[in-house]
Design a protein. Sequence first.
Length: 386
Amino acid sequence: MAINLGDSEQEAAWRAEVRQFIETEGKPLFAKRSEEGENALFGRLGAIKEWRERVAAKGWVAPSWPKKYGGAEMSVAEQFIMNEEFAEQGVPSNVGGFGVMMIGPTIIEHGTEEQKQEHLSKILRGEVMWCQGYSEPGAGSDLASLQTRAVRDGDDYVVNGQKIWTTGAQFADWMYMLVRTDPDAPKHRGITYLLVDMKTPGVTVRPLTTLAGTQTFNEVFFEDVRVPVRNRIGEENRGWYVGTTTLDFERSSIGSAVGVKKSLEGLIRQAKEGGEASFTRNPRVRLELVDRWVEAEVARMLSYRVVSMQLAGKIPNHEASMCKMYSSELQQRIANLSMHMYGMNGNVRNRASMGYMQAVSSTIAGGTSEIQKGIIATRGLGLPRG
Ligand SMILES: Cc1cc2nc3c(=O)[nH]c(=O)nc-3n(C[C@H](O)[C@H](O)[C@H](O)COP(=O)(O)OP(=O)(O)OC[C@H]3O[C@@H](n4cnc5c(N)ncnc54)[C@H](O)[C@@H]3O)c2cc1C
């Protein structure tokens, strides 16, 4: 039996086209940034913005969207190769953010013609930023227990409650959110999906500072916020099913295994460049580098499995959970190793310590490791629910 993980002729040509684009349009932007040094955060933000514009001009900003809505309508294989190359060459992927990745496809699938007209082209042009209002202080893994209340009043819903961990809410123009419209129905059946203009009176955003010292997410408070009924996606009380479509788009994002391998390659390069008294001779570091290297290969194979299922028209389920759990936990082990290599220098604010602190969230965001294990136990191993 021959197993061929290589590209077909057509795929190789597509990979070459993507690589060429990154060489000419992407690398010069980000090379400039590394010359500016590690603290050039604003340089990086500027480069990301310009990179996004270049990807949009190429017509690749919404790889999976149908052409009739301005997307590139790429096949699963083409998307995978593009993400793989972006990660491999060290330029940001998914530059369209929540708009392109999550709410756009949801509007395409469940929205009215009017909603499509209003939102899709603005998302493609990057004119609006979106945030995701799902989690609440008492509803994360068990999202269906959310309590933010929306009560119908004429042509509006009146929303009261609180969301938390809302990434980018302080910069967002719009939020897609889940609210409770029927508190007496079984919990999955009393939820509605709304689009909210963040400038509506009664919306208050309060940034949260993470342990890495960054303000990436927020608390968002709603006090008598009036949301027009025409901003509802799908039917009232059927929002859970619309909301899980959005989550499927989040979970099917591909390419993270390559990113994990890239950060490991950076560490290996650093170990080699360290000189005579360097880490390359430290037995603990040597062994750890080898272990992580093998694990990075395993992560790559797990992601290939997910993609090959998608290519065969199947929907990955516990396989996607295995991939997410393994890659995110590996990311933490690599961040740990990086701290060992830095030794005492890991105590100051630098690339290693920032990466270490940021890696903590990778096993929480998009479904915690325990939740993924629950899925693997029941749907993969066939064990009864715990
Ligand atoms: C970087 C980052 C970005 C995020 N961005 C957003 C965003 O933009 N919008 C948004 O809405 N949310 C966002 N979130 C929130 C995220 O979806 C939740 O943090 C996540 O779903 C977990 O929920 P929780 O924090 O309430 O933890 P909980 O669900 O309270 O879990 C606490 C602990 O209990 C464990 N646990 C819970 N249930 C079970 C179970 N059934 N079996 C075994 N163990 C269990 C968990 O694994 C965890 O260890 C973000 C989170 C992070 C880290």
